[in-house]
Design a protein around this ligand. Structure first.
Ligand code: I3P
Length: 105
């Protein structure tokens, strides 16, 4: 399962609010393999720089972010260590597809 996603950090480990300056939206190319979500910065492809991120979705919960109304088709991911991210998918269909896949593992 793969595709472009925009991500915003909402809470860090143990649910602590992600501080100012670290809450902006960033675009990644995302790949879900087993219980691991690989996030590659989209500029990686262009300049060979940039850092990948890896998120375990084991015991994570994904759901549509109904309280977040600034953007459409955004889902909320809560990880087992109580981090919270918002992900904006390109379409509602893709959002639902990511939610389904993440909750399946
Ligand atoms: C954040 C950035 C986000 C914004 C967030 C800001 O600033 O402007 O786009 O979220 O607001 O804190 P920074 O880049 O300095 O982290 P929204 O796009 O959802 O408004 P927030 O603190 O209310 O989450």
């Amino acid at each position: 399962h793969k595709g472009f996603l925009k991500r915003k950090a909402h809470a860090d480990i143990d649910g602590k609010r992600t501080p100012w300056g670290k809450r902006s939206w960033k675009t990644f190319y995302a790949m879900l393999k087993g219980m691991v979500l690989y996030l590659q910065k989209d500029d990686y492809v262009k300049d060979g720089q940039g850092s990948d991120e890896v998120l375990s979705v084991h015991h994570a919960l994904a759901e549509q972010a109904l309280q977040y109304t600034k953007r459409p088709h955004v889902f909320r991911l809560q990880t087992a260590d109580w981090r919270v991210f918002l992900f904006e998918a390109p379409t509602t269909e893709q959002m639902n597809s990511w939610i389904g896949r993440i909750n399946l593992v």
